[in-house]
Design a protein around this ligand. Structure first.
Ligand code: SF4
Length: 377
């Protein structure tokens, strides 16, 4: 038996946000053919021995498509894989696309968790991010979702937005916590190459938030959310209680298997990672012609597996030392003695008998700590 999660990429957006490098298109005329193609892809990869406890609709903007399409996709997944009762079924939701009308239908379709991309409670910041919604839209969307019966809601925030002050950033987190969602994610704005926001920063149209301020913002967010009753379970993710951690995203962070469908979707079977082409036209054409939509695959070497285990372990709840020793037939403490010693001295990591995790200060240097350990490989 194989266990894991199912991911479906819905590659449509009303307009492109200038910071985003996820694969999505604004030509909504493709929706119907896409839907037929993705159903065909799901059927072609039928595997009832694959047992999943999570289905995740990401994008793009999953809430842009009709709830009856979502319902059909869920039933295709149920017919072709084994989906456990009470599985977590999430849809990423853009506040500009959910309302009193479609929310109850999404619930009826089987969605039991919403992840709302609020991003900021400041209209000026939303303008810089070129979002399609205002603060008011996001607040209304959240309460509409509650009224439709959603009892598991996550709010996503972005911070270190050009021009944003520490005070404004804290205000965003306060407003989010006051709404009492079950889950809050707070991501530092990443300036991805080849995005419009990256060019604006490079051309001095927008001012990049300095590293010092970013660090202050990060620590303030962590402390504020902890004091507000949210438990941090990954560097950027916080849940009110363990049952509200994202069961699906946990699979990425703990190295579990997942099957991805739709253009650009990634899959992982614990040995091999493979991903679909990031081109809606080609995706539809290839499915029509019964050709593979896999663009590339890579089989992880033991060294790559160790590197991932260290990176993900540090970002998540700490490296599970017993698990590491068992998986890689190694002695973590002895093997990484030199790097561990230095990182403990620098107060970046803490080690107990079971776990090697980042300190609060260490969370600011997660990549550095991981690189130190890996250099000891
Ligand atoms: S709505 Fe989401 S997926 Fe679409 S462009 Fe904006 S950030 Fe990217």
């Amino acid at each position: 038996m194989k266990y894991g999660g199912i991911y479906i990429h819905i590659p449509f957006c009303i307009k492109k946000c200038p910071y985003c490098n996820f694969y999505s298109v604004t030509e909504l005329s493709y929706i119907n053919s896409f839907f037929k193609s993705v159903i065909k892809e799901i059927k072609s990869r039928k595997d009832k021995s694959f047992i999943a406890n999570s289905i995740y609709f990401g994008g793009g903007t999953p809430t842009l498509i009709q709830p009856n399409i979502i319902a059909e996709l869920i039933s295709a997944v149920r017919n072709n894989f084994t989906i456990l009762p009470n599985s977590e079924i999430t849809a990423e939701a853009n506040p500009g696309t959910i309302n009193k009308k479609n929310l109850p239908l999404l619930k009826k379709a089987g969605i039991n968790r919403l992840n709302i991309g609020v991003q900021s409670f400041n209209n000026s910041a939303l303008k810089i991010l070129n979002r399609i919604h205002t603060v008011k839209d996001a607040q209304i969307a959240y309460y509409d979702a509650r009224n439709a019966g959603f009892s598991n809601i996550g709010i996503d925030l972005i911070y270190a937005i050009p021009g944003q002050t520490l005070k404004e950033m804290i205000k965003d987190f306060k407003k989010a916590a006051n709404m009492s969602p079950e889950h809050i994610s707070g991501y530092i704005l990443t300036l991805e190459h080849r995005t419009p926001i990256y060019s604006d920063v490079m051309n001095n149209v927008l001012k990049k938030t300095g590293e010092k301020l970013q660090s202050k913002m990060f620590l303030s967010a962590v402390r504020f959310l902890k004091n507000s009753g949210y438990k941090q379970y990954e560097i950027s993710n916080f849940a009110k209680a363990d049952q509200f951690r994202s069961a699906h995203n946990l699979k990425y962070w703990t190295g579990d298997a997942y099957k991805g469908f739709g253009p650009s979707a990634h899959s992982f079977d614990k040995k091999k990672r493979y991903w679909n082409i990031s081109d809606i036209k080609k995706y539809i054409q290839r499915i029509d012609n019964n050709k593979t939509v896999i663009e590339q695959s890579e089989t992880l070497t033991t060294e790559q597996k160790i590197i991932e285990f260290i990176y993900l372990g540090l970002r998540h709840l700490g490296i599970d030392i017993k698990d590491f020793n068992f998986k890689f037939k190694a002695n973590f403490i002895a093997n990484y003695n030199k790097a561990l010693h230095k990182l403990v001295e620098e107060k970046l990591i803490k080690i107990d008998s079971d776990k090697c995790g980042l300190t609060e200060k260490g969370m600011l240097f997660a990549d550095y700590a991981a690189k130190m350990l890996i250099s000891d490989l």
